[in-house]
Design a protein around this ligand. Sequence first.
Ligand code: MN
Length: 227
Amino acid sequence: MTLKKYQEKRRFDVTTEPSGGESAPQKKPSKLIFVVQKHRATQLHYDFRLEWNGVLLSWAVPKGPSPDPSVKRLAMQVEDHPVEYATFEGVIPEGEYGGGTVMVWDQGTWEPEQPDVDAALKKGDLKFTLHAKKLHGSWVLVRTRGFGSSGKPSWLLIKHRDQYASTADIADDEPRSAVSGRLLAEIARDEGGDVEKAATGDPVEKAAAKKASPTAKKSLKARSKSA
Ligand code: MN
């Protein structure tokens, strides 16, 4: 695995994303990092990342993970990211690769459920358990035969049936950052990003926009200020 693709796509004198040039921080090898970053780029998506072999294996999930076992979520595999990326929350400048606002939507650790992870990845059938703030229990990533329109290998992210399965709409019910409690619009406001664009990824603003009610927009602004 290599970070070459990750590094080629980015200009590290412009973006504040980590370059991945540093050696990975020391940590207990038994705990593997798990993070989901909500990313309002050209299109809203959730970047689902699992630490493996010193990098973060990464999938872009347009609709985000669903805890409902009957729901299969498309997950396009994208380039491996450096392990330091797991804590990145902020703004990628417009015009740069992935330009937009990034939130650490969920974080924790993961455990493979199969003894040979590399073989599972190669086969395209990875089963794992998540221990995070919003996502828990057993999940699977299954590679599909086709490639998305982007030419990236497509997988499906599916929750297994267990005590953590639920029909809740977790993306809309728990829209805030797992580390800062901020909405996308609040991150954009704090970090000098495009607040209007970021707000279109926040469910409250989506609901407010649907109603086109000036009162709803005003109360959102007031709440953002007091947060
Ligand atoms: Mn992304």
